[in-house]
Design a protein around this ligand. Structure first.
Ligand code: ZN
Length: 467
């Protein structure tokens, strides 16, 4: 019976997959199909991406619309979705599941198939991948401790040496745990989510010696897993996919936005800051939302500006639906800080202003830069076309449908994503043709552009920027 493993290198930019940093990922890609136009979702933030991986759906369907979201019952406060306890509290407060769309975990359970997660991401990130792990009797293991694992995850954690503290070591530890305890008898679908090179990129900077070391260590651990797989009993029936959830941009300016809001039409809004930001109000009128969005287009520190669908949008502002993030839980105004495609000090393209706790020169993501939206996506295995470079558009939402197709299970058709037939031996590639879509809005000197690609009924975000 066919099985599927997804290994996520959190925050890995495609241009960091190089012979000197990830020789083993390059060899893996050469043995299978490598998607050259893989895309994240917006906001390009880890929990948003995790929900798209889990559901095969866009943020407008799954509803986990930002790393920090307005509280669903009280937009006067916001919730950091990095904490499992806060996500469980939201579910209790609202009496509703965290995600609006069914997860692959639930679909597998309904089909009598098994699912497991091992993650060194935040506790919230691990929870988003499968909020029902305990209810469905599935394994979910977080390196952050037994209280953040499902019952089965706690059972596995108890057999393992204590996780190291350093994130780069934790990622390697997690791969070794998978090799030793899961790979010999893998569940039907499993996800191995590595917090590197994201964590080192955030704090030490993109392309820093620390980040390259963390990436090399994760790549080497992955090579050991691949070697076991090829030599073991599941070389034929297990397909392995490698993905990143988003890329990274370099912070070239720390820019607290709260002081700017004082005395502006946005004063009084709940602010969710980062490189992608949100403004929310418990009971905002259409006029308030429009005035705040309009004012943002007059500020030189602002990049792209989006606002709730269904109101009269001021000139220069695009609807949240343009970035596929319109959902009742979304902030009424969503915007990015000013960006550039120019290189960082280490020569990696994509820089941005940022409001938060990360250091100047560190990495961040969440916005619409190509550096943030362009991701890694590759597959290898007995059922995957070898040595193939796929130039059809692909994205995070396509992973779950493709896994279901490999397992011979239904459910893909109800997802936003598509089965990546370009990678599969036994599937006819789609006869759709990529069609570029360009959105533009201007207000005086302010002008923003958004580039998307339509492929059949599927839409991918390529890039958004001011200019
Ligand atoms: Zn991430």
């Amino acid at each position: 019976m066919s099985k599927f493993l997804l290994v996520v290198f959190d925050g890995l930019r495609p241009d960091m997959v190089r012979p000197d940093t990830t020789p083993n990922l390059i060899a893996f890609a050469a043995s299978g199909t490598n998607f050259m136009r893989a895309r994240s979702v917006f906001p390009s933030e880890t929990r948003v991406c995790s929900a798209s991986v889990a559901t095969g759906c866009l943020p407008r369907r799954h509803g986990l619309v930002a790393n920090r979201i307005p509280h669903p019952l009280d937009a006067a406060r916001s919730v950091d979705t990095g904490h499992m306890t806060l996500l469980k509290q939201i579910e209790q407060d609202t009496g509703a599941p965290l995600l609006d769309a069914p997860t692959i975990a639930r679909l597998l359970h309904s089909a009598g198939r098994d699912f497991a997660i091992l993650s060194s991401g935040t506790t919230g990130q691990t929870y988003v991948l499968n909020p029902e792990a305990d209810a469905l009797g599935q394994l979910s293991l977080s390196v952050h401790g037994p209280e953040f694992c499902s019952t089965k995850g706690r059972g596995l954690l108890a057999k393992l040496p204590p996780p190291p503290r350093a994130p780069a070591e934790r990622a390697v530890w997690l791969v070794e745990a998978y090799r030793a305890h899961i790979l010999p008898a893998p569940p039907d679908v499993s996800i191995l989510w590595l917090c590197e090179p994201d964590t080192s990129g955030h704090y030490q900077g993109l392309g820093s010696p620390d980040q390259l070391d963390a990436l090399r260590a994760a790549d080497a651990a992955f090579a050991r897993l691949v070697a076991d797989w090829r030599a073991g009993p599941h070389a034929e029936d297990l397909t392995i996919a490698v993905a990143s959830d988003h890329g990274h941009a370099t912070i070239t300016g720390l820019h607290p936005i709260a002081p700017h809001l004082i005395g502006s039409p946005a004063e009084g809004a709940t602010v969710m800051a980062g490189s992608s930001c949100g403004l929310a109000w418990p009971d905002a009128s259409a006029e308030t939302i429009a005035a705040a969005a309009d004012w943002l287009t007059t500020q030189d520190w602002v990049g792209s500006v989006f606002a709730a669908d269904g109101i009269d949008l001021p000139p220069g502002v695009l609807p949240n639906s343009a970035v596929l993030a319109n959902h009742r839980r979304a902030a009424q105004v969503v915007f990015t800080l000013r960006t550039s495609n120019g290189p960082s000090a280490r020569g990696l393209g994509g820089t941005t202003l940022y409001d938060g706790n990360l250091p100047l020169g560190g990495g961040t993501h969440g916005g619409l830069l190509a550096a943030e939206l362009h991701t890694v996506l590759m597959f290898a295995g007995a059922r995957i076309r070898p040595g193939a470079l796929a130039d059809a558009p692909a994205g995070l939402c396509d992973i779950a449908p493709t896994a279901l197709a490999l397992l011979g299970l239904s459910g893909a058709a109800a997802m936003d994503g598509r089965v990546l037939a370009e990678a599969l031996f036994d599937a006819a590639p789609s006869d759709a043709h990529p069609a570029a879509e360009s959105w533009e809005a201007a207000h005086g000197d302010y002008r923003q552009r958004l580039a998307r690609t339509r492929f059949g009924r599927h839409i991918y975000l390529d890039e958004g920027y001011r200019g």
